[in-house]
Design a protein around this ligand. Sequence first.
Ligand SMILES: Cc1cc2nc3c(=O)[nH]c(=O)nc-3n(C[C@H](O)[C@H](O)[C@H](O)COP(=O)(O)O)c2cc1C
Length: 396
Amino acid sequence: MAVARNKTRVTRPAVRKKSRAAVKSKTASRKSAPQFDSLQQIALAAWRKLPPAVWDHLVGGADSEMTLRRNRAGLDALALRQRVLVDVRSFDLGTSLLGQPLAFPVFPAPVGGFLGKVHAEGGPAVARAAVSRGTTAFIATAAKPSLEAAQAAVQRPLIFQLYVRGDRGWVEAILDRVKAAGYGALCVTVDRNYYGRRERDIVSQLPVKEGFGDQSYQASLNWKDLVWMKERVGLPLIAKGIATAEDAVLAVEHGADVVYVSNHGGRQLDHAQGSIEVLAEVVDAVAGRAEILMDGGILRGTDVVKALCLGARAVGVGKLLGWALSAGGEAGVARMLELLEIEVRTAMGLMGVTSINQLGPQWLCRVPVLGTPNATSAYPLLAAAVRDGSTGRAGQ
Ligand SMILES: Cc1cc2nc3c(=O)[nH]c(=O)nc-3n(C[C@H](O)[C@H](O)[C@H](O)COP(=O)(O)O)c2cc1C
């Protein structure tokens, strides 16, 4: 991705601005949020507001960012088919996840460490925004101010996402807190046995806690641990980071109630397939024995529709969530979800589909990819601003 370069990107001052952004964001979220009329405006506002190093941390991927780009390229390689003269005055976008109703099949993915960089109360803000739109949220181990605060902010049980950062005693203590806090499910992220090498962060010297310390606990994680964790916490289990049919089968065999197709937004293994490219094989392998979630590159309502066509029950947003929280705090996240829903309704209406139950692979066809997909290419105005390095940005 071509990104405007300036001196502040690779120096400490760019990093120090992060805390000012967090303070500003807290103040902004107390005031009424700016009115965004498109997802693109949300992303542009975040780009203007965030210090370059924090922006790069959010949009960057591992190594050469091939997996990151394939997430988008895989979505761009699918075209939607359309039928006309269908009565599309009303839509049914409702589904469920582990028995809990979802008014709309999109949820905030866990972006734990990032929330604290742009929002003092990121966990509760994301939880409230998601629930206000009738969906759920994944709350990460690193979410601030605490896992309890996020769950206490809403009435419905949320999903807790675990990174294993300690021994069995450490995990037990976290799982007991998760249960006591009232979470409805445990999500274990399984594609992070080592921390991916995100070179934007290395170059900008952004202090990222996750990259340091003893990684041996995460590296030793295996299928038996998953079984033990599910038993210990007594909640439904979600395995996040599944990218092959083989592992999907193992996940089901080891008690996963939900198989979550993800490559961590391209932040972990580079030169992997795009998430949408592996979705169909995972859906086939699971064969209805577990529910399927997916994330990776979802930036548009049409992306949501494509993932649902290939068998995802619902999809997560990571970078889009980070942009929305940075641009408008809690209200920004709620508006982002609302705008995505408007885009889904518009796409379905134009396709002649009135219910997500009608979606299936018959609505898709393979097409050549146009241009060079990357983290911003779904938003032409943002892509142009990033490419041309327009002024008015934090740090300029
Ligand atoms: C800034 C950032 C922080 C993330 N932190 C976590 C995390 O704490 N736990 C986790 O399981 N995934 C984490 N992820 C991955 C997301 O949950 C999700 O899989 C990914 O962002 C989806 O791709 P997208 O960003 O293209 O939407 C993070 C992603 C981003 C962008």
